[in-house]
Design a protein around this ligand. Structure first.
Ligand SMILES: O=C(O)CCC(=O)C(=O)O
Ligand SMILES: [Fe+2]
Length: 333
């Protein structure tokens, strides 16, 4: 299936309607005309591969994922859909990011009151922080641009409504994540689908940005009950740019908008007939409102119409919402 492509370098009046439609109907779209060059994305993927394949397991395990969603998660540690499948992927998450400068593990530790736990950043990444920070700052800026377009498309009176709640230097639970899905997987107790790498899930947060890589298909969406479709690769229209970013909407944004914006079920699966010769790498940015943002329904007609019968008394913050979902996923030890 080909997703709608929204070129954010085009005039707003041309893209707002298709953007809103994709957000409401598919919950997934591709964003072209972004700020990433092919060269920098290639460099980023090379770095990921070097980290996962060039670091010993002993070293990786010095940075176990913690309650701030920072650190390493080993091959079978996270199960997105434990009833149906066992995931087979390893990842490293960076959180507590100051998006004004892209420095990770830096903003005041907003969960320190609850968990006095601080993973350091592995030397592999501190040595490469300049490239990483540059990418991270850009991802945040791109996500802000997309969410601003969305606020215009949704007809929110204050067009800066979202921008004010996604300030770069205010602490947020946003996370930058790199992943490796191994080509081969062992028979994990014979339980369920051996081709799954990441089980069916919806994302927990607001907006997810994902780099596409040619020849690295595997992401699938569920648009109707029990029908999975592959996200097909689509090249950019701009010379020198990386392919369009895959953008999807998570449960928090759906909740915040009384389900006007769709959070779509997706998974990563290597289909048996596919000619795949190597592991798959993935780089994901989870863009979240600042930690204390209250998720009271977004003030616009579209959302109000939808939520006539739901309470507007909600006081849950962005951090509370996300933490409860993450705590249900990980077994932090
Ligand atoms: O690697 C991918 O293509 C998807 C990853 C994903 O869905 C996630 O990390 O939430
Ligand atoms: Fe996801």
């Amino acid at each position: 299936m080909k997703l709608s492509v929204i070129d954010i370098s085009e005039p707003e009046e041309r893209i707002l309607q298709p953007l809103l439609e994709a957000a409401m109907k598919q919950g997934f779209l591709l964003v072209d005309g972004h700020a990433f060059t092919q060269t920098e994305v290639d460099e980023l993927f090379t770095m990921c591969k070097e980290f996962f394949t060039g670091t010993t397991q002993e070293e990786k395990l010095k940075y176990p994922i913690d309650q701030r969603n920072f650190g390493y998660s080993s091959l079978t540690a996270e199960n997105l859909n434990p009833n149906q499948s066992i995931d087979y992927k390893e990842s490293f998450n960076f959180s507590q990011i100051n998006f004004a400068n892209g420095i990770v593990n830096q903003t005041p530790n907003y969960v320190l009151n609850q968990f006095d736990y601080t993973n350091p950043v592995p030397p592999f990444f501190t040595e490469r922080m300049e490239i990483l920070s540059q990418i991270i700052v850009k991802l945040h800026a791109q996500a802000r641009h997309i969410i601003k377009l969305l606020s215009m498309a949704m007809g929110i009176e204050d067009v800066n409504f979202f921008l004010k709640r996604f300030e770069p230097s205010v602490p947020s639970p946003s996370t930058f994540r790199i992943l490796r899905y191994p080509l081969m997987r062992p028979d994990l107790s014979g339980k369920t689908d051996p081709h799954v790498r990441a089980g069916a899930h919806t994302d927990y947060g607001a907006l997810t940005l994902l780099f596409q890589k040619e020849g690295e298909e595997g992401l699938q969406l569920q648009l109707d009950e029990n029908r999975w479709t592959d996200v097909e690769f689509i090249p950019t229209k701009h010379k020198g740019l990386a392919p369009p970013l895959v953008v999807n909407f998570g449960d928090m944004l759906s909740y915040w908008t009384n389900n006007v914006l769709k959070s779509t079920l997706h998974r990563v699966r290597f289909e048996p007939g596919q000619t795949r010769h190597s592991d798959r790498y993935s780089v994901v940015f989870f863009f979240e409102p600042t930690a204390t943002t209250k998720l009271v329904p977004v003030p616009c007609q579209l959302v109000q119409d939808q939520g006539a019968e739901t309470s507007t008394e909600r006081e849950l913050t962005s951090l509370e919402y996300l933490s409860s979902r993450l705590n249900a996923t990980y077994d932090y030890t």
